[in-house]
Design a protein around this ligand. Sequence first.
Ligand code: ADE
Length: 228
Amino acid sequence: MKIAILGAMPEEISPLLEKLQNYEKINYANNSYYLAQYKKHELILAYSKIGKVNSTLSASIMIEKFKAETLLFTGVAGAFNPNLKIGDLLVANKLCQYDLDITAFGHPLGFVPGNEVFVKTDEKLNALAKEVANELGVKLHEGIIATGDEFICDEVKKSKIREVFNADACEMEGASVALVCEALKVPCFILRAMSDEAGEKAEFDFDEFVVKSAQTSAEFVLKICDKL
Ligand code: ADE
């Protein structure tokens, strides 16, 4: 199977490139895409660069140009749910764009005509992830991710987004990637390991934990490939 593995930052993809070692690098549309064989699968790996626009572009390219048949996103997130601690894994069952705002016209936050507020991920991939977690004896949380083009490090912003969307965590790419996959009918899986708690001082936690948490998530995604 052709599987896209997408992250946003080098830290989120380099653990996989180090493990795979043999890969071809293709430069396209101001970014790099890495092709590698992994067991019976052809992998297409990339880090999109941060944010919804960059991740939309990369996800689209991985599907339309490189013909990915399924897309697995790996990376880090800021925890909103107090049950989520730094290092914990969260699989998104649905995602929203908390910064998509035409409330001036009476619409709910996160809604634009033609779309729903929430975009769902693939239930079969999410179930497979639970199987993997059980086998590894790892705790895997499942919940709602709120995506937007801002690093959240503010208790007031965090509380507001959590309240409006009942979000468990925030990041900057998941909803846009899930929207691309939904539109192009490609199964989508979004996994995040917590790097911070999105409140005061989140930027310091992020710097301390991004590498470790990104690695935790990347390793888990490769275990999912083993099962596909
Ligand atoms: N990714 C990891 N932590 C984050 C945060 N606090 N806000 C947005 N994206 C993140």
